[in-house]
Design a protein around this ligand. Sequence first.
Ligand SMILES: [Fe+2]
Ligand SMILES: [Fe+2]
Length: 186
Amino acid sequence: MGKNENNVSTLPVTNRLVLNEEGLTAAKRSLEEGAVTPSYGPWREDIIKLLNGSLATELVCVLRYKRHHFTAKGLASPKIAEEFLVHAQEETAHADAIAERIVQLGGEPDFSPSTLQERSHADYDDSLDLKAMIKANLIAERVAIEAYSQMITMIGDKDSTTRRMLEGILSQEQEHADELSDWMTD
Ligand SMILES: [Fe+2]
Ligand SMILES: [Fe+2]
């Protein structure tokens, strides 16, 4: 063992936990960028684009769950119909949080209905049969879980606020998928 091996003070300064003064100085400028500071670097635009894909997905999920809520009511499953409404409300909250974060990042949330389906990762569904509805929702939840998991890994520490928001949404999508897969087997 070399005599300096455990002596951290011999590490080059670039590997130490020190703030980048240039970044702090730059943060005092560009006030028009609001909460977005230099540490976002080139990732800001990519993150806004990813978030807009998720916003479209959440909005399509709201529409699908609402459609299922109102049409499942007539079927012999008022409890599941009510749960579809709860999911629709939770997907609405996800869409709102994502839109708010896009604006914080200096982007524009895309609510355009004419391109919603093509920009969404998950599909709309107008099945009339309860089992088919449950299956369509489970597929959509699994797609959302996969997309959010990939985004969380990609974003990592590039934008911890967005990552934490996505982690919260992801855990709720996992609960949705759990519930749906229980109903699939009932
Ligand atoms: Fe969601
Ligand atoms: Fe969900």
